[in-house]
Ligand binder design. Structure first.
Ligand code: ADP
Ligand code: MG
Length: 531
């Protein structure tokens, strides 16, 4: 019995244990950080991603790059998740978060080489991260939500170096206006800012519409092209007769019978449209279909109508115009109608869009991006979303920090001071944590063609002499007070990035055994192909 082999796992399971597992994971994480590194900051470069179907994305956005790369390595995938969390929690700072994680792991490797146990490193990192949150609270600066200038600066910092750079002042203005418009107390739902895109004209023609723009045309060309003082009915049932659930057979033996049948149907539709007219509506947005006869009647009544408007657009129009979505024609009265100065159809190239403009105090608005090509428009959209995310974040917490690497240097400095109070090996881990943070300003400098070591040395000495706000201004390539030059970011970007970077770095460090069953692997690759 002693000779009998004990089989724990199937043969095709791949297992990597101990140091090898650790090193592999750290290597993969470092590679991911390396990939996004060159895009960091205002002087960062873009990447061109080409999909198997030859779709092209040109972007500078960390999370977009990682999402498109179809990364397979499990540890590397965890890095991608960090970027995704950062994107959903803050909407910006994805490159920073991934880079800090990569550097934390790279530095941990040095400690592993010195035979420091991973759990000790993990403990040191945890202490350092907690301290960072304390320091961040001390350093962060309170802003007033009324201070629109500062909010604009935050949006501009977020957009520097992206495709939106050329018109960033205008975009910042649009972003702040949009956010303020949809804000309800402390509540800001970014979904109420619709982003719609049209090809043609330049990016500086991008506009904020106090209302909703959606890609539906009026249902019949006999309808007016535009309606002033719009009274809008929002209907989520079809303006057509229900087709019978089961196949019905109709036997008609005389032309009169047919006539009367058609007349009955027409009468039913007529009465529907009469009700719409009676409510006083001159615009109808219908979530379902509108049949030919109903279209004819609506057009005859001078009513502008769109059909098959998406639910999310219906909801946004309702928020913007104050109209109520009705599910039953009997409910439709003038009280349920939304109002807008004008509803019109506008043609952009091949596309026809419906504009609902001039809503009074709308709680949903549209940013209409114009741009020469799809790639330009898409990158502008990503930049705008970064700006929107940062402004919303700053309004929610009312706290900002110094950008241009200043905050990272200050945190590193304070961490080093803190580490001196520690005894034992955690001290080394806290020091490595500090140097991982310094990787951000060093990379900002490197990407701008400056010498990272010179920049880092000067930044550190300025902070040592008490200049908390000394950072790198990449407009002038000077080290200066970045608060004065208005390079500012929301606190949440940094606190979130440091938190998730630490968590994932620790998680990866603690793995000393990777068991990969190949059965799963083939399943995964199948999923990939389908995707
Ligand atoms: P992320 O995906 O992390 O947001 P970005 O490419 O947007 O990466 O770069 C953000 C970094 O660029 C931040 O550290 C920010 O402080 C810095 N930054 C932004 N504008 C400037 C500037 N004018 N000068 C120096 N650094 C800047
Ligand atoms: Mg950014």
């Amino acid at each position: 019995m002693a000779d009998k082999p004990i089989v724990l796992m199937p043969e095709d399971v791949q297992r990597v244990i101990g140091k090898d597992a650790q090193r592999n994971n750290i290597f993969a994480a470092k590679m991911v950080a390396e990939i996004v590194k060159t895009t960091l900051g205002p002087k960062g470069m873009d990447k061109m991603l080409v999909s198997p179907t030859n779709d092209i994305i040109i972007t500078n956005d960390g999370v977009t790059i990682l999402n498109e790369m179809e990364i397979e390595h499990p540890a590397a995938k965890m890095m991608v998740e960090i970027a995704q969390t950062q994107e959903s929690e803050v909407g910006d700072g994805t490159t920073t978060a991934v880079m800090i994680t990569g550097k934390l792991l790279e530095n941990a490797e040095k400690l592993l080489d010195k035979k420091i146990h991973p759990t000790v490193i993990a403990r040191g990192y945890r202490m350092a991260a907690d301290k960072c949150q304390e320091f961040l609270k001390e350093i962060a600066i309170k802003i007033s939500p009324e201070d629109e200038e500062t909010l604009k600066q935050i949006a501009m910092t977020a957009m520097t170096g992206k495709g939106a750079e050329d018109a960033k002042e205008k975009f910042a203005d649009i972003i702040v206006k949009a956010v303020k418009q949809v804000q309800e107390g402390k509540d800001i739902d970014i979904d109420n800012i619709k982003i719609e895109k049209v090809k043609g004209e330049g990016i500086s023609d991008t506009e904020l519409i106090s209302g909703i723009v959606f890609d539906k045309e009026r249902v019949s060309y006999d309808m007016p092209l535009s309606v002033e003082n719009a009274k809008i009915a929002l209907i989520d049932f079809p303006l057509e007769l229900k087709s019978p659930e089961i196949d019905a057979k109709l036997s008609i033996s005389s032309p009169e019978q047919l006539q009367s049948f058609i007349a009955q149907e027409e009468a039913a539709i007529k009465s529907m449209i009469e009700r719409v007219k009676a409510s006083g509506a001159n615009v109808v947005f219908c979530q379902k279909g509108i049949d030919d006869f109903a279209q004819y009647l609506l057009a005859k009544a001078g009513i502008y109508a769109c059909r098959r408007v998406s639910r999310s657009d219906m909801e946004k129009i309702s928020k913007a115009t104050g109209g109520k979505i009705v599910s039953n024609l009997n409910e439709l009265t003038s009280n349920e109608l939304g109002t807008a100065d004008r509803v019109e159809e506008v043609k952009h190239g091949e596309d026809r869009l419906t504009y609902v403009r001039g809503c009074k105090n709308p709680k949903a608005v549209t940013i209409l991006i114009h741009g020469g090509t799809e790639h330009v428009i898409d990158e502008i959209e990503r930049a705008l979303k970064d700006g929107l995310g940062d402004v919303v974040c700053s309004l929610k917490s009312e706290m900002i920090v110094q950008g241009g690497g200043a905050i990272e240097i200050e945190l590193a400095k304070r961490l080093r001071e803190f580490s001196r109070e520690l005894s034992g090996r955690e001290q080394l881990a806290v020091e490595e944590f500090a140097s991982a943070l310094e990787f951000i300003p060093a990379t900002l400098a490197e990407n701008a063609g400056m010498d990272p070591i010179d920049v880092l040395t000067e930044l550190k000495s300025r902070h040592d002499s008490g200049e908390i706000n000394a950072g790198l201004n990449l407009f002038t390539n000077n080290i200066e007070d970045v608060l004065e030059s208005k390079i500012i970011e929301p606190l949440k970007i940094k606190s979130q990035a440091i938190n998730s970077a630490t968590e994932v770095a620790i998680m990866i460090l603690r793995i000393d055994d990777v068991i990969a069953s190949s059965g799963d692997k083939s399943k995964n690759s199948n999923e990939k192909r389908e995707f």
